[in-house]
Design a protein around this ligand. Structure first.
Ligand code: ADP
Ligand code: MG
Length: 369
């Protein structure tokens, strides 16, 4: 324990350094035991991958190699501490791209070995939901329903505690953010597609085109699907057999298509969140991931929460997309004395693989879930 001298973290001891390199953001943050974010640095690779309209794994790992040390240095410097002032190192080890994950893990191990401090691996998807805890503190109640919607993941969870997640369902094909990215490409918009679709949709009519809400009317499964919606948009823009030189829609026509797509994608997500709340009986909703930056989704979930009398917790937009501040989740294990040691390894893949749940204490889902 430290001593109080104006800075909260002295009262709680030394802060944690968290490192995040699961996909295409190189990020580091310094967070106190009291969950105060002293610094959060994110180096996005969006420009690097824009040409391919999606993350190219090999390019992502190379960029992480170049950026990881400057990003960590900057996070430590901005926090006003030195490496010797770090209590422990936390690193996202699952799920994600293998090459990207390994860069973050190697950096974390180097720091832990050099400064002889504990190293703790954490789950990137659970951390997305923990961003709500950073913002809303103890107001969060468990069990909650958790929605994580990003470029790589779209899942619904029964969240029994910060480290206890049971996957209830989620996408069976594209992730929601991936669908936004592909829809933007179809409409000739930039990458990443989510903010672009949102911007253009603001000038369009969401009822201009009736696009499908795949699986939304299925009141049994908590699964989602976005590939049919993406294909429907593709055929609206470029019908089968259309000439190769058919111009991409512009102006009001493009705005209507973007608005109709956005409405359909958000309706599909909200329908399943509604179903998850009904099936689990949970009285709290947590939301995270890059797509949670979308205003229509945020407003629609707020509306759903009001209708059901369920509080809805969402991080600010800056903590929705990938960042290392949400690595504060590692405190939940550090407070129990955890140290994964230098044998810690990555577990690549998506949040759909059953194996990724083995690091959290799991319990049997409730009846009917
Ligand atoms: P990943 O782990 O896939 O990098 P992030 O949490 O960084 O996930 O989220 C990135 C994804 O979020 C991208 O697919 C992007 O298009 C999507 N996204 C970001 N902002 C918005 C928005 N305002 N509306 C919809 N999708 C968004
Ligand atoms: Mg990202």
């Amino acid at each position: 324990m430290g001593f109080a001298c104006g800075r909260e973290w002295y009262t709680f001891g030394m802060p944690l350094l968290a490192i995040e390199t699961t996909c295409d953001e190189t990020a580091a943050a310094v967070v106190t035991r009291g969950r105060e974010v002293l610094s959060s640095v994110v180096a996005s690779q969006e420009q690097l991958h824009a040409r391919w309209r999606g993350v190219v794994p090999e390019l992502a790992s190379r960029a992480h190699v170049e950026r990881i040390l400057p990003v960590i240095d900057e996070a430590v410097a901005r926090a006003g501490i030195g490496f010797a002032g770090i209590e422990a190192v936390a690193v996202a080890v699952t799920p994600g791209l293998v090459g990207s994950l390994l860069v973050g893990l190697a950096a974390a191990k180097g720091i832990a070995a050099t400064f002889r401090c504990p190293i703790v691996g954490y789950d990137h998807v659970a951390a997305h939901l923990y961003a709500c805890r950073l913002t809303h503190g103890d107001a969060i109640r468990y069990p909650s329903v958790g929605l994580v919607a990003s470029g790589g993941h779209t899942s619904l969870f029964l969240v029994r505690g910060p480290l206890e997640l049971d996957r209830l369902g989620g996408t069976i094909d594209d992730a929601a953010g991936e669908a936004f990215d592909k829809a933007a490409a179809i409409l000739g918009l930039g990458y990443p597609g989510g903010p672009e679709i949102e911007r253009v949709a603001a000038g369009g009519d969401p009822r201009a085109h009736r696009l499908p809400r795949p699986l939304a009317s299925d009141r049994e499964r908590l699964d989602l699907s976005f590939s049919g919606l993406k294909t429907a948009l593709r055929y609206l823009v470029r019908p089968p057999g259309a000439p190769a030189d058919l111009p991409t829609p512009q102006g009001r026509e493009r705005a209507d298509l973007a608005a109709s797509f956005q409405q359909a994608a958000i309706d599909a997500i909200v329908a399943k969140v509604d179903l998850a709340l009904a099936k689990t009986g949970c009285r709290c909703l947590l939301v995270g991931g890059g797509v949670a930056a979308n205003t229509l989704l945020r407003d629609s979930l707020d509306e759903l929460g009001r209708r059901r009398g369920v509080p809805v917790f969402m991080p600010p937009r800056s903590l929705c997309t990938d960042n290392a501040a949400m690595g504060a989740i590692a405190w939940e294990r550090l407070e129990q004395g955890a140290d994964d040691g230098l044998a810690l390894d990555v577990r690549p893949g998506t949040d759909r693989s059953a194996a990724r749940r083995s690091d959290v204490r799991s319990a049997e889902p409730r009846q009917g879930v």
